[in-house]
Design a protein around this ligand. Sequence first.
Ligand code: 13P
Length: 252
Amino acid sequence: MKEFFIVGNWKLNKTISESTQFVKNLMPLLTQGTSRCGIAAPFTALESLVKESKGTDLLIGSQNVSDQKDGAYTGEISAEMIKDVGAGFALIGHSERRQFYHESDELLGKKIKRALMGGLIPILCIGESLEQKQANEVISVLENQLDKALGALNQDEMSSICIAYEPVWAIGTGHAATPADVQKTHKIIRDFLARKWGEKVCYHLKILYGGSVKPDNIRELLSQPDIDGALIGGASLEVESFAKMVNIAREI
Ligand code: 13P
């Protein structure tokens, strides 16, 4: 049975009490299985979520992390601080951070290093815009994003990261990429990484897909050989739909 990783990205949603209530409601709905699930929550809810999910297999992570360890960086949160509250992973380079907060691939490379040094699993998000897709630049855009953000990592570090492929045009639009197209792209990503870091590391590396994943399309997406999980925005905010998607992953 394949071990998928199903991650909800709550973005700028949910207070502490809404977050903990979500986990209380979620746990009884989940079936047993090897596939893991996680929630990337706002910083403010991390500690309470970690406490609420203690003893379960739900992983809690952040949606961002600083590229700095400590010092005079007002407003930043370090990997060590995220680890300190018990969270286990961090999204890095989500397209909304690239677009609205101008995070560059070089900055993301530093964040990945920091996350690894702080003991977090980084989930690097990559993806092309609609204009780049229409200009047939998908492969070069993705390879460039991977190269710049991961170029400084050694094989060991590569075995501790995840990738999330999220085409920008599919996020929040209701128009997911087709399973066949995602499969093709994930294979290109995996082959590219294998050429750089070796097949052994890259064939075990998890590549998640994100962009309008819902209970009614997740099964077909996860049935593709190179799709190892999903990063889910809108449909992860409702406990029933998130539970349904995790349970589908545990059935396949
Ligand atoms: P949606 O699932 O709402 O399209 O969002 C995807 C996403 O951005 C997850 O990180």
